[in-house]
Design a protein around this ligand. Structure first.
Ligand SMILES: Cc1ncc(COP(=O)(O)O)c(C=O)c1O
Length: 405
């Protein structure tokens, strides 16, 4: 333990694996893709499931739903859980509801924003594929157009990203959809500056915060966006599937859940909470994941993950002879690094290499083709350490540099 470290605090790195069910034989550098809930959170979820199954109809019909208050509860269980999650995001509990995943939250907003013929929706070329599909479909249904903005790369400073968004705004722009942290490229975008630029021009902005809660500090109202949706099941250690949708008070009355059900048109909370039958335990166990982050000291957790992501960039580019063209303030708990050119350049090359790494080298890492070459996105969680990065560096080296003439 380093001198001066509090003995009650865990030492991050390999020993933290004891908190997860992850296969000890696999180097897991892919936390960002679907998250990995810690054992303690899963135990909490099981306790909730056990409680639910003792009195299923009481639990599902009466305890969850704020529209049918029970004499034994001051507020519904969903409101109670929202009340414990919201402060972690700087938000008021009233402004936030649970959704199964960020895709649902973003769909709700896309389907609720008034769009008509000739209007434009602006989104970056780095946006998550399924989100771009949803935006294109909704825009098309209303006779509006989806305008895709090319993001610069390499990036010298984050202001270049703001400029790229601003250059795409026109008097016809009715909505901007922007990532807080991009998916494959893992860039922490200057989201407050993007939101400010939109506000100045009177354009509403929807933020995709899929990777943000738990990987960087998030204060949703301070961003100044109109809507913010995120996953808690990626980095905030909630069980799958758990996300949130936050809306400015003036937008709440017009927000519609993509699935029409009992609460439809009955206000923001009922719209999202008086829904069809589902398992609510991922939402109710979400506060346990946040409690864990706080116990481990969230500042220390973030500092460790960020330092390891930077170290990964240094080690991998050094070994592979490549460079990362991103300023430090755009790196969070993940970093995307170009592979040696000999690794290939197509999606087929990426799929082949990713599978070989997983099956033969026992390394799970995100790997994709982008702008004419292959890239790997490394997630740096508290259970990872430099040895994991070295394993990846050597495995890729062996498969590409050695194989090349
Ligand atoms: C930026 C971004 N948006 C949206 C999603 C979709 O997340 P989900 O499938 O949990 O809705 C992802 C998934 O990785 C993502 O990276």
């Amino acid at each position: 333990m380093p001198a001066g470290q509090d003995w009650r605090m865990p030492t991050f790195g390999r020993s933290m694996r004891e908190h997860w069910l992850l296969d000890p034989d696999v180097v897991y550098l892919n936390h960002g893709t679907v998250g990995a809930p810690p054992k303690r959170v899963l135990r909490k979820q099981q306790e909730l499931r056990d409680e639910m199954e003792r009195q299923p109809s009481q639990f599902v019909l009466r305890e969850l739903n704020a529209e049918q208050p029970m004499p034994w509860r001051a507020e519904s269980r969903l409101r109670e859980a929202a009340g414990r999650v919201a402060p972690f995001l700087g938000a008021r509990p009233d402004d936030l509801v649970f959704v199964p995943n960020v895709t649902t939250g973003l769909n709700a907003v896309l389907r609720s924003v008034p769009l008509g013929p000739g209007d434009e929706v602006v989104i970056a070329d780095l946006a998550y594929g399924a989100v771009t599909i949803a935006a294109r479909l909704v825009a098309g249904e209303r006779g509006a157009t989806l305008r895709i903005v090319d993001m610069p790369y390499p990036i010298r400073e984050s202001g270049e990203i703001v400029d790229a968004f601003v250059s795409a705004l026109t008097p016809r722009t009715k909505l901007v959809v922007a990532d807080h942290i991009t998916a494959q490229t893992a860039l922490v975008l200057p989201i407050a500056a993007i939101a400010a630029a939109c506000r100045e021009r009177g354009v509403p902005i929807l933020v995709d915060g899929a990777h943000a809660p738990g990987s960087i500090a998030v204060d949703i109202p301070a961003i100044g966006a109109d809507w913010y949706s995120a996953n808690l099941h990626k980095w905030a250690h909630a069980p799958r599937s758990c996300g949130i949708l936050w809306a400015k008070p003036e937008h709440q009355a017009t927000l519609r859940h993509p699935v029409i059900s009992w609460g439809s048109g009955h206000g923001f909370h009922a719209e999202f909470e008086h829904q069809a039958t589902c398992d609510p335990t991922s939402y109710l166990a979400a506060p346990e994941g946040i409690a864990l982050l706080r116990e481990w000291d969230f500042d220390a957790v973030r500092a460790y993950m960020h330092a390891l992501a930077r170290e990964a960039a240094g080690v991998l580019t050094g070994r592979w002879g490549t460079t990362v063209g991103v300023p430090d303030d755009m790196i969070g708990a993940m970093v995307t690094v170009p592979l040696p050119e000999a690794a290939g350049k197509t999606t087929e090359d990426a799929t082949r290499l990713r599978l070989a790494l997983l099956v033969e080298d026992r390394i799970e890492v995100q790997l994709h083709a982008w702008r004419g070459r292959l890239w790997t996105r490394v997630s740096a969680q508290v259970y990872n350490d430099r040895a994991d990065i070295e394993r990846l560096a050597k495995a890729v080296e062996r498969r590409t540099l050695v194989a090349s003439p």
